[in-house]
Unconditional design. Structure first.
Length: 151
């Protein structure tokens, strides 16, 4: 007796080319964040030498809960990119978790401490860019999930 494979009645949604483009760019973006996080946490001298003594003292003084928020932002964002490329709906949740981690670290850096003053204008503006990209990736993944591209 042969077994019949039951196919889903829902039509398969083709993967739009922009998903691959956004996914790869998101993966590269997340990898840059991972390098930044790992370099700071391991105190990698070639990377950290670009910062002033005051900035290094600031980085190395982060409390554990802030480092945990930063880690969540970085690693969940990277996982979101992987999920997007794998066409998995959990990518939306990973991007959402990344935003939660960013909220924690941003709250610490700009509300509880003088992070903007210590880091200067350039890194402060870059924080805004990071937020814009992270929100855009979350919205993009959510729309793709709603369209059935992510399963």
């Amino acid at each position: 007796m042969s077994e019949q494979v039951q196919e889903s009645s829902a039509p398969r949604v083709r993967t739009p080319i922009h998903l691959w483009i956004v996914g790869v760019v998101s993966l590269l973006w997340g990898a840059m964040g991972a390098v930044d996080y790992l370099a700071a946490q391991t105190r990698w001298e070639p990377y950290m030498s670009q910062f002033s003594a005051e900035q290094l003292e600031y980085f190395y003084g982060f409390p554990a809960w802030m480092v945990a928020g930063w880690a969540l932002a970085v690693w969940a964002g990277l996982a979101g990119a992987v999920g997007l490329l794998m066409r998995r709906s959990w990518a939306v949740w990973m991007y959402a978790l990344s935003l939660v981690g960013m909220a924690v670290s941003t709250f610490y850096n700009f509300v509880l401490t003088n992070g903007a003053e210590v880091m200067g204008v350039g890194p402060t503006i870059f924080t805004v860019v990071i937020w814009v990209v992270a929100i855009a990736l979350f919205v993009y993944a959510r729309r793709q999930a709603m369209r059935g591209v992510l399963a």
